[in-house]
Ligand binder design. Structure first.
Ligand code: KE4
Length: 423
């Protein structure tokens, strides 16, 4: 029995499913998760001493690679100043100013401790600002595990929803309606059915949680137009895309200004963080400046702020160019293997996040993503793991490429894909 398997046995005795976040348990790909002992650059090392080229990237934060020497140094210094104050500190102001300076739609920002906290707070703010309860999300869109988001389309898609998890109430479900990504008509249908009651649309501008699905030309602008016409708040959930696919996130890449944006992952450089922000007119409604309550013991934690500052500082135009080049190389290599082996698969990429779907393509929405061959992905995943490549353990996830991924690493990944696609 490997050390990872021993740890997994121990973990399952004291933690649900043996993991602290479900996707890590390998349930959709089978086998036993590797317990990681260290990470460096683009590599993970597990407790059995095996190395893997890493495409999980901690689900997005590690865009500069793991254990970046200068970030480690800055964190070591920060730890010497204490780990948490429970009082305002310099670094939260510095990071807030950096984000406000970088993201035109954000005039004010509030830090929290996870993407979920960011999205649930943004929705609360949007409801308070509009006085309307209903929010629209998209099938397959993931915004964290707050009750408002764990909702599935009901029988009357445009008018009813139902909980997508035990413990989520029908009360919560009635206020979230589900539309289809890349389908503006499905959004209009909801507005026509619940005239004037929609407080917000929340969208991953480039979904990464049903695999990577680029927005059709005009789709995001269409959402902007619907919100302008109806007075609903447009929330871009950029927890994954923020500072990943463009220095200004998806809103910079596509030139669409949301009313509120949520962030996470990269802005904490791998430490627990989330944030929501937007126009001062909206954000000034948040306590203690305004009446909308939101709080957090560790919000603005100095260590997370330090890691975020040091990460954003190093995300220069050259670094983005380098990551774009290496990501394009990986996409081309995978497409080469797919066509050479005549595999029914398609690679969809936006910047340094990509997904290989076992589907003829294009994958335009959650129904398409569900129609992909996920059993085939499971076989591919495990063969890639055997060949030293650790992909995200689900066909519905994005692979993340970092500045630490080299041409040689891409070559090794494509070589492993040639072997694993035959499986
Ligand atoms: P967290 O609460 O996990 O920090 O963030 C929730 C969230 C919100 N919005 C988007 C667009 C997200 O991608 C996420 C979290 N992403 C997943 C990756 N699919 C985190 C991985 C996990 O759940 O373990």
């Amino acid at each position: 029995m490997s050390k990872s398997e021993q740890y997994f046995d121990r973990a399952r005795k004291v933690t649900p499913g043996g993991v602290n976040s479900p996707v890590r348990a390998f349930k959709s790909v089978g086998g036993s998760p590797r317990f990681i002992s260290s990470a460096n650059g683009c590599e993970l090392t597990d407790v059995d001493g095996d190395d893997y080229i890493d495409y999980i990237g901690s689900w997005g934060p590690m865009i500069l690679g793991h254990a970046h020497p200068e970030i480690k140094k800055a964190l070591t210094k920060a730890i010497g100043r204490g780990t948490s104050y429970g009082a305002p500190s310099r670094d939260e102001v510095i990071l807030a100013e950096m984000i406000v300076e970088r993201i035109p739609s954000v005039e004010m920002i509030r830090f929290v401790n996870s993407g979920t906290e960011a999205t649930m707070s943004a929705v609360r703010l949007a409801r308070a600002a509009t006085g309307r309860n209903i929010i629209i999300k998209f099938a397959g869109g993931y915004h964290g595990h707050a009750d408002s988001f764990l909702i599935q389309a009901g029988s009357g898609v445009a008018t009813f929803s139902s909980p997508d998890s035990p413990g989520v109430t029908h009360g919560a479900a009635q206020d979230t309606l589900i539309a289809e990504f890349n389908d503006l008509a499905s959004v209009w249908k909801i507005f026509d059915n619940v005239q004037g009651k929609v407080g917000a649309i929340i969208v991953e501008p480039v979904p990464g949680n049903m695999g990577v699905i680029p927005p059709d030309p005009g789709f995001l602008q269409g959402l902007r137009d619907i919100c302008d016409q109806s007075g609903a708040v447009l929330i871009f959930d950029e927890v994954m895309t923020g500072f990943r696919i463009h220095p200004q996130g998806a809103q910079g890449l596509y030139g669409i200004m949301p009313d509120l944006s949520t962030f996470g992952k990269i802005i904490g450089g791998g430490l627990p963080v989330g944030a929501y922000g937007g126009k001062a007119k909206l954000m000034s409604m948040i306590s203690p400046q305004g009446p909308v309550y939101q709080a957090g013991t560790l919000s603005g934690n100095p260590l997370a702020m330090t890691a975020g500052i040091e990460t954003l500082k190093r995300l220069t135009p050259d670094v983005y160019d380098k990551i774009e080049l290496i990501s394009a190389k990986l996409e081309a290599g995978l497409n080469g293997a797919i066509s050479e082996l005549e595999v029914e698969a398609t690679v969809q990429r936006v910047g340094s996040m990509l997904t290989l779907f076992f589907h003829p393509g294009p994958v335009k929405n959650f129904n398409d993503a569900k129609a992909a061959d996920h059993d085939r992905f499971a076989r591919f995943f495990n063969l890639m793991l055997e060949n030293g490549i650790h992909l995200p353990p689900s066909g519905y996830e994005a692979w993340f490429i970092s500045a630490a991924h080299t041409t040689d690493v891409i070559y090794k990944t494509v070589e492993a894909a040639h072997i694993s696609l035959k499986g």
